[in-house]
Design a protein. Sequence first.
Length: 82
Amino acid sequence: METWLSFVILGEVLITLFILWGFMHEGKFIEFEDRIIYNVKLRINAYRRYKNAMARQKLNSAVRFTPEVPQRTASQQNSRAA
């Protein structure tokens, strides 16, 4: 139980130091947040583009219609020749 408690206390100390650093370097912290938000948006948009491309590919493969030309029988070919 003491090991678990030491990890909890260490985590609380690190969070407190991070908050204090954020107050002292507010400009850097805001730039850091903006970079993170920008990168997350880029990844979300890339995933959406990928997902839409896969959906279009699936739709195109299902919708494409290639008509089959019926085979003519010998009697049909002879009637055209005459």
